[in-house]
Design a protein around this ligand. Structure first.
Ligand SMILES: [Zn+2]
Length: 321
């Protein structure tokens, strides 16, 4: 800019000064004054601009900066591993046609337990395990994301096809695999003629999409009050490929040599739960499943201690997302 306006030969101001001789003698002083005023204005503006730029760069006006150097790296944020996994799970189920339904973390005891077929005497209701709210005997911090099933069934008519991600709370002492606050993703599908094979196909599609195309699922009989029959779902170890891959299963740190990883709880929605939520179990059937996001983080990304996910150490969190 300085060269363009104030350069000795080609500068615009210099050229104007050279042309002063074209003026009649009577007009020369006024023309000279005008050009000199312009010169002073441009000099002051350039000085001010340099000052501003130095201020932006945090240096002084005289500090030399080499603008041909590559820029210094700016810190860029990224998703926390928990949020990242949750969104990936959401994306897979959105592609399968599910909707995302989010429920409150303070939940009615009725929705958290009773309507889900968890009876009065069930140990899960014990004050040892559940956070009850003082002064609100009928309210708890939800112990799982399953009460969202109840809310959704009460408000909608089948077909229902939702996943419900979010926080859940239990009175666990923090250790490597427990935290009083943790994250789950719940899934629910209710429609005419839904069978166990639909559950298997859905979970297979999900696990292969999330963990890898070669994953094999194993269903073991399980028990949950709100599903019947219920099944625990294991996936074949994606690290040692259950002994088929390069690593010998016995040496595998992910599955500890068993070849299988416990990943999900699932089952057919208990007819009593459907009935509790105003859906006729003679007409409709459905399946439900749930998984813990922290557990997925630990398995898939080898996070050795769940507490690391909450300590917000950027050296750990910066490796993911
Ligand atoms: Zn393994």
């Amino acid at each position: 800019m300085r060269e363009r306006y104030l350069g000795r030969k080609k500068g615009a101001v210099s050229q104007l000064l050279a042309r002063l001789k074209e003026f009649a003698p009577a007009d020369k002083p006024r023309a000279g004054q005008a050009v000199n005023g312009l010169k002073a204005f441009i000099e002051a503006s350039l000085a001010a601009a340099l000052e501003r730029r130095a201020g932006d760069a945090g240096g002084s006006a005289s500090a030399w900066r080499d603008h041909s150097l590559p820029p210094s790296e700016l810190p860029v944020g990224r998703l926390h591993l928990i949020a990242d996994i949750q969104r990936r799970i959401e994306d897979i189920f959105l592609q399968l046609g599910y909707e995302i339904a989010v429920g409150p973390e303070i939940e009615l005891e009725d929705y958290n337990f009773t309507k889900l077929n968890i009876p009065e005497h069930h140990p899960a209701r014990d004050e040892q395990d559940t956070f009850f709210l003082e002064g609100h005997d009928d309210r708890v911090l939800r112990t799982h994301t399953s009460p969202m099933q109840v809310r959704y069934m009460l408000e909608h008519k089948p077909p229902l096809k939702i996943i419900s991600p979010g926080k859940a709370f239990r009175k666990d002492d923090p250790d490597a695999t427990h935290s009083p606050c943790f994250h789950q993703v719940e899934g629910l599908l209710v429609e005419r003629g839904i069978r166990f094979s639909h559950l298997k196909g859905t979970l297979e599609a999900f696990c292969r999409s999330f963990f890898g195309p070669d994953i094999v699922l194993r269903f073991r009989p399980g028990y949950f009050p709100f599903t019947e029959p219920s099944a625990e779902v294991d996936i074949s170890c994606f690290m040692c490929r259950s002994g088929q891959g390069a690593i010998q299963a016995g040496d595998c740190r992910v599955c500890k040599g068993s070849g299988w990883l416990e990943i999900l709880g699932s089952g057919m929605v208990h007819p009593r739960v459907l009935g509790n939520c105003g859906i006729d179990p003679e007409v409709y059937s459905g399946f439900a499943f749930g998984l813990g996001i922290e557990r997925v983080a630990m398995i898939k990304y080898g996070v050795p201690d769940l507490r690391l996910l909450y300590e917000n150490d950027l050296r750990l969190l910066g490796q993911f997302g």
